[in-house]
Design a protein around this ligand. Structure first.
Ligand code: SAH
Ligand code: SF4
Length: 421
């Protein structure tokens, strides 16, 4: 029996899919990249924006055709599925399985009733990369930001036992993994027994071996001096931080239920830059939140000029039924949302270029991750993409998954260019 898996969404969805693959392969399914030869199709979906939901609905016709050819084909939907969307998705999929129940896939496919679900994060995933692994440290979210469905689809925060996380990371390092991503919706509120997030970082940092530790996401209200100190003294913890601000306007932040002000955020960045001068920063933004005026948007633009981000994930507000913000009128037009997105991108492009130019002439360590012909790519510890060319005679040398030293010779907003030393 063969299965095909489709993943839409964030790093957590990808990580969950790796556990789905492990469970299926345990019950002797073999993975296929060819959807036409699959006996089972699993879709891991995201519900954060309507566009992701639309994409899953867009599979209807394809599934009908495949089922016409293969009557035994079964389809499963999992990941972040909103309760209110289940009815429409049951018209497309044979089963909707809560991600926490994936250990029970076999019973579900055999139409047995499933009982009490246990910890699904202890499933050893079928890691899709041989050098970079995602390790969830918690699931769920308690924050209820007004626009967000995550607390509804993932329920309340549960932190994974420290021992289990350390065991997984140790095994990965032993196998030669070079990059470990610690995942959670709000990693800063990790708490298991006496271990909080900074303590967890310190414990993982002590694991012997050469590897980089990265983490995402951080909520600014919980990001504090203790986390900064852990990064600063860590050694393996990389100087890169994604700290989503969502808006540069205090009134909008209050409406979003974010529990910090622009000033609080800027103070944290100030401390961070003082203690870790090498830090590179990215953020998440929502443009066109209900009621966001041009003036309020200007404050976000100003914030971008002030902070000088290296990267930003700019999202156009998407109304999600059932959230607090859905009660407000989605009154910023699509055209205006696009304009705001573009304006922020313009500032970002300039600040990213300015920041990247500082790398020119420097020797950096790069973890190589991909190759296109003679062009190879990797990332620095600051999460900067680096492109370099294989030297003559080295074209076939496989550097993927290895750390190498490179000299930066040029910079663009989104990429550094380098030479092999
Ligand atoms: N836990 C993370 C975010 C997870 S969702 C945090 O608090 O930062 C990832 C990103 O999707 C968010 O940062 C936000 O910018 C975006 N997002 C969430 N809900 C959205 C919505 N309804 N419309 C548009 N973007 C949204
Ligand atoms: Fe969503 Fe806010 Fe939780 Fe992030 S912290 S997942 S944005 S509710």
């Amino acid at each position: 029996m063969k299965y095909h898996i489709i993943v839409y969404g964030c790093q957590m969805n990808f990580s969950d899919s790796e556990r789905v693959c492990a469970v299926l392969e345990n019950i002797r399914y073999k993975k296929t990249s060819n959807i036409n030869e699959a006996d089972l199709i699993v879709v891991t979906m995201c519900s954060v924006r309507q566009s992701a939901v639309d994409r899953v609905q867009g599979l209807t016709e394809k599934f009908e055709k495949l089922k016409y050819k293969n009557h035994k084909l079964q389809t499963i939907l999992t990941g972040c599925v909103l309760k209110k969307d289940r009815k429409i998705f049951l018209e497309i999929f044979d089963y909707i399985i809560d991600i926490k129940d994936i250990k029970k896939i076999s019973e579900i496919l055999n139409k047995k009733i499933i009982k009490n679900t246990d910890n699904y994060l202890d499933i050893t995933p079928k890691y899709s990369s041989k050098f970079s692994a995602s390790v969830p440290i918690m699931t769920g979210c308690n924050n209820f930001c007004a626009y967000c469905v995550v607390p509804y689809v993932r329920e309340r925060e549960i932190s994974r036992p420290t021992k289990e996380i350390v065991f997984e990371v140790k095994n990965l390092v032993k196998k030669g993994y070079k990059e470990i991503w610690l995942l959670g919706q709000n990693v800063n509120s990790y708490k298991s027994g006496k271990t909080n997030f900074p303590a967890l970082l310190k414990t993982i940092n002590k694991i012997p071996g050469k590897f980089w530790i990265r983490f995402t996401s951080s909520h600014p209200k919980d990001f504090n001096s203790e986390v900064i100190a852990a990064i600063a003294t860590g050694g393996k913890i990389t100087p890169y931080l994604n700290l989503p601000i969502q808006s540069g306007d205090d009134k909008v932040l209050k409406n979003m239920n974010r529990h910090y002000t622009v000033k609080d955020y800027k103070n944290k960045i100030k401390e961070l830059r003082k203690k870790i001068p090498a830090i590179c920063l990215s953020t998440d933004i929502i443009v066109g939140y209900p009621g966001e005026t041009k003036k309020q948007f200007e404050n976000t633009l100003q914030l971008f000029r002030d902070i000088k981000y290296d990267m930003a994930y700019i999202n156009k507000y998407s109304e999600r039924k059932g959230t607090a913000a859905a009660k407000l009128k989605d009154n910023v037009s699509v055209v205006e949302k696009k304009r705001r997105e573009k304006a922020l991108n313009e500032v970002l492009k300039q600040t990213a270029l300015e920041n990247n130019k500082k790398f020119v002439g420097r020797e950096v360590e790069v973890l190589v991750d991909s190759k296109k012909g003679s062009r190879q790519f990797g990332r620095t510890k600051e999460y900067k993409i680096v492109e370099f060319n294989s030297l003559a005679g080295q074209a076939n040398k496989n550097l993927i998954g290895k750390f190498i030293k490179l000299k930066i010779v040029d910079a663009t907003p989104w990429k550094l260019k380098a030479k092999i030393k």
